[in-house]
Design a protein around this ligand. Structure first.
Ligand code: NAD
Ligand code: UDX
Length: 470
């Protein structure tokens, strides 16, 4: 098979950046270039003091080892395309906001533009790899575009190679993936392209963990994996509502259920609701796909996973209001954590955004602290969540703080929205002194020791547990 020596990645985001940086680290003989249209993002990847555009444990170390050696970041997309033998398309595929399928279908405009640019610029044959998460059969459209626009002696082979990394653990997931999935046409050319990409991963991933399948299976497997992972969380969150109403404890229930080796213990943590750029988007994408295929029962089944998640967020805000004597108007609430999970600065679809919006509409005062999310991002997210409300009005209700302790000062309630480890280790005795009494803590992440906080004097409410612990 072709031994790949030059790789381009289009899209220097949460996936393209870490994935291709790890390829560069593990394959010193391959020159890896990552391009993006966003100049500020590329400047950050190239910044002399390694102030990278995304926070991901271990990433800086990888970039330090490879940047300038065999890893390059640039905005020159055309040159990148010309030079490369293999091109990853790792651009964003957000949910469509308008037009046909609005609110469900994936917006494939960025994928199409990148594909058209490859066709327009390429003067030699390329292997084009879908890295973005796309609906089943997108590779077909890419192939049509490429073939309709290619020059003589230019062959394009299309592969699907979905990414399974999770943010916050991206580098260790990439170093030690459960599996790498490569989909190709089952033609001799398709199989040869597949072997070339397999050769890249084989530099550090065991052969038996590199699965090679048909194109459509590969595309669908990515949506299926995310849907089934999210479904576990919605299942456990649905059970957490029953726990709160009965006195069962969701941690004990999840542990008991997860002991069954057929279920397994991971990914069964009840929470204030899942967030992140993938789960909701990919399930809605699957729902849309099912509807387009005239499978309404299948669509309704998956849709319920997202609806349960919305319900979980609503239920949590309501519990805060109910517990604070049915009104939070004018009360100060400290929200600890703004990222959608710990160890990332990413806020896309974070449950914290929904909670804070709910608190705002109850006219509460909100203090926010997150160790990684920058202020500009918080303001942008809050503004997007309350369309029509000027930022100035939002700023009258919301304050951003530089430490958890500061955020909790004079608050009537603390809401834990993200499972940052440091929230476990806060000087809770100090916090208690600073707060209005009774001092309430709402743990949306099963993070703190409710009994210990109760002993200090807090009134603790935990997801998936019934009464207040005094
Ligand atoms: P992102 O928004 O962080 O990055 C995408 C980048 O592509 C942006 O910087 C954008 O400027 C750039 N871009 C768009 N069109 C371009 C073009 N024509 N030329 C050059 N650059 C272009 O998105 P992401 O989180 O990295 O996700 C990328 C894809 O990977 C999505 O399809 C997503 O569903 C999928 N995915 C994401 C994750 C995750 O954890 N974030 C995990 C697995 C898969
Ligand atoms: C997810 C998939 O895990 C990954 O394989 C895919 O490539 C991209 O989408 P990501 O969204 O980055 O990754 O993080 P993940 O760890 O899956 O968490 C998603 C959300 O679910 C977070 O808000 C997290 O807090 C929440 N979650 C996760 C729970 O509420 N309970 C759990 O048990 C696990």
């Amino acid at each position: 098979p072709l031994k790949v020596t030059k790789i381009l990645c289009i899209g220097a985001g949460y996936v393209g950046g870490p994935t291709c940086a790890v390829i560069a680290l593990k394959c010193p003989h391959i020159k890896v270039t990552i391009v993006d249209l966003n100049q500020a993002r590329i400047d950050a990847w190239n910044s002399p003091d390694f102030k990278l555009p995304i926070y991901e444990p271990g990433l800086e170390d990888v970039v330090r080892q490879c940047r300038g050696r065999n890893l390059f970041f640039s905005t020159d997309v055309e040159k990148g395309i010309q030079d490369a033998e293999l091109i990853f398309v790792s651009v964003n595929t957000p949910t469509k906001k308008s037009g046909v399928g609005a609110g469900f279908a994936a917006d494939l405009n960025y994928v199409e533009l990148a594909t058209r640019q490859i066709a327009a610029v390429a003067t030699s044959s390329k292997i084009v790899v879908e890295k973005s998460t796309v609906p089943c059969r997108t590779a077909e459209s890419m192939r049509t575009i490429l073939e309709a626009n290619s020059k003589p002696n230019c062959r394009f082979d299309i592969l699907s190679n979905p990414e399974f990394l999770a943010e916050g653990t991206a580098i260790s997931d990439l170093f030690n993936p459960d599996r790498v999935l490569i989909g190709s046409l089952q033609t001799p050319e398709g199989k040869a392209a597949c072997a070339a990409l397999k050769g890249v991963y084989a530099n550090w991933v065991k052969e038996e963990q590199i699965l090679t399948v048909g194109l459509w299976s590969s595309e669908l497997s990515k949506l299926a994996a995310n849907a089934m992972l999210a479904q576990r969380i919605s299942s456990v969150n649905a059970l957490s509502a029953i726990c709160e109403a009965t006195g069962a404890n969701i941690d004990e229930v999840a542990n008991a259920v997860g002991y069954d080796s057929r279920v397994g213990p991971k990914f069964l943590k009840a929470s204030v609701g899942f967030g992140g750029s993938c789960f909701q988007k990919d399930i809605l994408n699957l729902v849309y796909l099912s509807e387009s295929l005239h499978l309404p029962e299948v669509a309704a089944y998956w849709r319920q996973v997202v609806e349960m998640n919305e319900y979980q967020k609503r239920r949590f805000s309501k519990r805060v209001v109910d517990t604070l004597f049915n009104t939070i108007t004018g009360k100060r609430i400290a929200v600890l954590g703004f990222a959608f999970k710990a160890d990332t600065g990413d806020t896309r679809e974070s449950a914290a955004i929904t909670l804070i919006r709910d608190f705002q509409s109850e006219r509460a005062l909100v203090n926010i602290y997150d160790p990684q999310v920058n202020e500009a991002q918080i303001w942008a997210d809050l503004q997007e969540a309350s369309p029509g409300i000027p930022l100035e009005s939002i700023k009258k209700q919301v304050t951003i703080h530089k430490s958890a302790l500061d955020a909790c000062r004079d608050a009537e309630a603390v809401v834990i929205a993200t499972e940052w480890k440091e929230f476990k280790e806060i000087a809770w005795e100090e916090v208690y002194k600073y707060m209005k009494k009774p001092a309430f803590v709402f743990d949306g992440r099963l993070l703190v020791d409710a009994e210990r906080l109760g002993a200090i004097g807090f009134k603790v409410t935990t997801i998936g547990r019934s009464a207040l612990l005094v």
